[in-house]
Write a new protein. Structure first.
Ligand SMILES: *Cc1c(COP(=O)(O)O)cnc(C)c1O
Length: 407
């Protein structure tokens, strides 16, 4: 509003104004978006090309090939949808589920809830299998419900539940899906590029992700992959896909050999995604996973030594990309986050829904998973806690983290 008023007064572009438009750098250690490698930002700034330019078609091919590598799949249909992670979620649910289909959804946090919401809009008959926020869903519960409700079209799970920091192991759910002959649909928005997903090896039929979490690209693209079994069901749909924009039966004709125009591809975002995924593949997937695991272990050790190591998920169900810890009794969680942002330009997140005011969510995703961020977070959090009169032993915390980092 103020910006418009300045313009109307004919003041031109004041220095103050340009500062409002170009944001200063932040260290994004929340649940996403995460910081972006400068090489990715440079790719984003390359000249715009036509979305049917032969050079751009080559970039699309690269992007699909690189995405197949990080997903761990040979699936022909592997490509980024235009939109954020939620567009990926909506894409797979509107394409592979039809009105009246029975679907089982594992719900133990916000993103499982979001899947249910979309599926209800699709007109599916949804059966929820729940666990408390902070725990993974028991695959035995999924098996029981899937058998009771047979025939089931699909089983949907969130691999890394960003609202709670819980990891849902995929293998046991994949076994259930095979047993009841249902599609396995997986949200790997917060795991892809930070933890092994291995779509083909595990037996995932359909998966989606988002560009701005462990892939460390700006928000705006949603990589999706689907195997032939899922595509056969898509080809046999009883009716048209209810969303025109997210209709894979049309979009795959643009990403396939036909180059059929559907909508203008977000060209520069695709340059950026190609670069981001290239950097992951170049580092080596195993190295990337090890880096995430080691930096998270260092963060955990440091937080424990700081006296704030009360994790919401039990050990064995945690993520390498995101730590969710309970806010200590008597600490003003919002004041801590404000302090971190004001004093250190450091962003972490609070809780959502039932966890509002109760937890902090600290991400070490992709480009951000590095020792210097672990040390910064521990030091800055110690300062924030001290400011609230909490006694903390920063030296012990840093020593604990450094010990993990040097091992
Ligand atoms: C962030 C996230 C989404 C949604 O992605 P947006 O980019 O916010 O639309 C979906 N699922 C999970 C697990 C997420 O972490």
């Amino acid at each position: 509003m103020k910006l418009c008023q300045d313009w109307q007064k004919g003041e031109g572009v004041s220095r103050k104004m340009s500062q409002r438009v170009i944001p200063s750098e932040r260290i994004l250690m929340g649940p996403g978006p995460s910081n972006v490698d400068p090489r990715v930002l440079r790719a984003l700034a390359a000249p715009v090309m036509g979305h049917l330019d032969p050079d751009f078609l080559a970039i699309m091919e690269d992007t699909m090939g690189l995405l197949r590598m990080v997903f761990g799949t040979k699936n022909q249909l592997t490509m980024p949808m235009s939109g954020t992670g939620s567009a990926g979620m909506e894409t797979v649910l509107v394409n592979f589920v039809e009105p009246g289909d029975r679907v089982v959804v594992a719900v133990c946090g916000l993103f499982g809830e979001r899947m249910v919401d979309i599926l209800e809009r699709v007109g599916a008959e949804v059966s929820r299998v729940e666990a408390p926020w902070g725990r993974a869903v028991d695959p035995e519960d999924i098996r029981r419900v899937a058998k009771e409700r047979a025939p089931v079209k699909a089983i949907c799970v969130v691999h890394a539940e960003t609202s709670t920091g819980v990891r849902q192991d995929l293998e046991p759910v994949a076994a259930v899906a095979r047993e009841v002959d249902a599609l396995l649909i997986v949200d790997c928005v917060t795991s892809l590029g930070g933890m092994p997903v291995n779509v083909d090896e595990v037996g995932v039929d359909v998966a989606y992700s988002g560009s701005q979490k462990c892939l460390s690209c700006p928000p705006g693209l949603a990589p999706v992959t689907a195997n032939d079994r899922a595509l056969e069901l898509l080809d046999r749909r009883r009716g048209k896909v209810p969303s025109w924009y997210l209709d894979l039966t049309m979009i795959r004709r643009y990403w396939g050999q036909e180059r059929f125009y559907h909508h203008t591809a977000p060209v520069n975002m695709i340059y950026a995604l190609r670069e981001a995924v290239y950097l992951i593949v170049q580092e080596g997937l195993q190295n990337v996973y090890q880096r995430h695991a080691r930096n998270m272990a260092a963060l955990v050790a440091g937080l424990e030594a700081l006296g704030v190591g009360d994790f919401l998920p039990p050990e064995g169900q945690r993520l390498a990309s995101l730590a969710v810890i309970k806010v200590p009794e008597g600490v003003d969680e919002l004041a801590v986050r404000r302090f971190l942002l004001r004093e250190f330009s450091l962003e972490i997140a609070g809780g959502l829904g039932p966890l509002k005011g109760k937890v902090w969510r600290i991400g070490l995703m992709g480009y951000n998973s590095k020792p210097r961020n672990v040390i910064l977070l521990l030091s800055a959090l110690a300062a924030a806690l001290r400011q609230q009169g909490v006694k903390v032993d920063l030296e012990a915390s840093l020593a604990a983290a450094l010990k993990v980092l040097s091992s």
